[in-house]
Design a protein. Structure first.
Length: 124
């Protein structure tokens, strides 16, 4: 049996974009259907999970994921400030330069911001 990318993403607990990127990078083997869609064999998916473990440690609700377009990246020697535009909102995240480099973040790249804060304060 083989699976659509959306099904693979659901099983792995990642976005369809992440699953698609893993296929494109060769991390997860896939073939193309006659209509050109990516398909992942069940055996390959099982091998991926066995080899890599669970890609995510905790499932996240849809409410704390914001997919958008990176509008800017400013890096120094240690940190990077990444700006993302999602649903009419500007999101700014600080992360390590190494993480920004590994993700190949640059203006125009689609990315997902995942909010893991235990609390959010709003003041006037």
């Amino acid at each position: 049996m083989d699976y659509r990318i959306s099904e693979v993403a659901e099983v792995l607990g990642v976005s369809t974009d992440t699953a698609r990127r893993w296929v494109d990078e060769g991390r997860l083997p896939a073939t193309r259907s006659k209509s050109g869609h990516r398909r992942v064999a069940g055996a390959d998916l099982a091998a991926f999970v066995t080899t890599n473990g669970s890609p995510v440690l905790h499932r996240r609700s849809a409410r704390n994921r914001f997919t958008g377009i990176v509008t800017g990246v400013v890096k120094d020697t240690v940190a990077a400030k990444v700006e993302l535009y999602s649903g009419g909102q500007r999101i700014v995240a600080l992360l390590t330069r190494e993480a920004a480099d590994d993700l190949e973040l640059e203006a125009g790249v689609m990315a997902t911001a995942v909010v893991k804060a235990t609390n959010v304060m709003i003041e006037l």
